[in-house]
Structures are given as C-alpha cells and as structure tokens.
Design a protein around this ligand. Structure first.
Ligand SMILES: [Ca+2]
Ligand SMILES: [Ca+2]
Ligand SMILES: [Ca+2]
Length: 236
C-alpha cells in the first residue's frame, strides 16, 4: 500500500496504517489496527515497553503503565512491596515511601526466645505497620543470649546489614507488614515457601507466621523443626 507522506497522519489517526516496531522490542505503539503487541510508550527505546521491568524513582515509566513508582518495581537493592498511604508510619505528602523487600526468600528454623515471652519483660513486638525494624532490633538484642538464635547468624551469613544498626537495614516484617507482602505477592514475585516468619511475637513459644498459600496468620513455633521462609524487608 502506498501512502502519500502528507496523508500519513490522517491514515495513522484513522488506524488503517501503523508504525513498525522501530526499536525491535516486540511492542508497537497503540494503534487502531489491533496488529502486534501494542502499548509501547517509547518505540525508540527497546528497554521501554509494557513487558519491561519497572525501575522506580528514575522518572522513567519503563513498563508504560503511567507510573514510575509501583509495587513490584525495582528500587535500589530490592523490590517495592508497599507504597505508604496517608496516615501510614512513614507517609510524607509529596514523597514516595513504603516497604521494600529482598528479591529472594531465605529460610531459618529459629526465631529465638523459645519459651521466653518478650512481652512479659516490657519488650513489645507490635503487629502494626512501621514496627518491623524495632521488633527485629529487640529480637536480636534480647534473644541473642540463645546460641540457637539462628536468625542473627543467618543475617550475617547472607551478608545482610545488621538491621539494628540503621533504619536502612533489612529486618523481619511485622505481622501486618508481612500481610502487605502476601496481598501484593503476585506483583512482588519470588515467593516459593508456604509459612513465612513475622517479627511479631505470638506467645512464649510462638511467633506470628503467615501462610502464603492460604493467607492465614497464626502461631508458629519459635524453634521450628522445619525451616520457615523469610523475606527480609526494609523501609524506604
Ligand atoms: Ca520500546
Ligand atoms: Ca521508572
Ligand atoms: Ca511504570
């Protein structure tokens, strides 16, 4: 089909012609012909298309959904798991904050403090959003007398920052933070386990854990015969 170049814009607007996939990424810009994979918002950059992975905070919408910040997008050394809303612990109007996660699960048998109820010693481990860092600090500080506190050893073994040293360090999410991971599990990706640890204590022998198969939350033995999954989190 030959089209006069001066008539191209009219044909394009009408939808009987379309641009080729100029950057070769498999996607073409939206067109009314319904041909090919549409929705490429930059046909001159193969790294930008609806199938691309979002890199949050760089001012570029890599996956063409209109957002630079989104759950499941990459940020620094992890993945965005939850974006704080008004009233949340680290919400700042006009800024983007929330909870991010490591890309992969790890595993550990031990939460620490088996048979020792932290709450009985005025050491709280709240279930709400925003307490995961404090909870993890308390677990590591007050349960580390146990040589079985594999959690701390595990964090060191995997080269993770000591999460009690900095607000930027990785930590175990609270019961409610863990549920944000569960709700957004599909977008976040990489969850391979069933039961996941939280940093919220249930009682002397149990911590709150959550099944990522059913979503159910309940007690899990602090000294568990089988290793439970763990997805380290941090605030941003
Ligand atoms: Ca493109
Ligand atoms: Ca981006
Ligand atoms: Ca996007």
């Amino acid at each position: 089909m030959n089209i006069n170049v001066s008539a191209w814009p009219d044909h394009q607007a009408h939808g009987d012609v379309r641009l080729d996939d100029q950057d070769g990424d498999g996607y073409v810009p939206n067109n009314n012909c319904g041909v090919g994979q549409q929705g490429d918002c930059n046909d001159n950059n193969a790294a930008i298309n609806p199938g691309a992975r979002e890199i949050c905070g760089n001012g570029i919408d890599e996956n063409c959904n209109g957002l630079d910040w989104e759950v499941g997008g990459d940020y620094q050394d992890g993945t965005i798991a939850y974006i704080s809303q008004p009233g949340d612990w680290n919400y700042v109007a006009g800024e983007t904050h929330g909870l991010m996660v490591q890309k992969l699960d790890t595993f550990t048998h031990y939460w620490g403090c088996m048979g020792f109820r932290l709450a009985d010693y005025a050491i709280p481990t709240p279930t709400a959003l925003g307490y995961g860092h404090d909870n993890s600090t308390n677990i590591q500080s007050y349960c580390s007398y146990e040589h079985l506190n594999e959690l701390a050893a595990f964090m060191a073994r995997f080269g993770l920052p000591k999460y009690r040293d900095s607000n930027l360090g990785w930590f175990l999410p609270t019961k409610d933070e863990l549920n944000k991971l569960y709700v957004n599990r599909a977008a976040i990706g990489g969850f391979t386990g069933d039961l996941y640890w939280s940093s919220s204590e249930y009682d002397a022998d149990n911590a709150w854990v959550q099944s990522f198969q059913t979503g159910g939350q309940g007690p899990g033995l602090k000294n568990n015969p089988a290793p439970l999954s763990l997805r380290a989190t941090k605030y941003f």
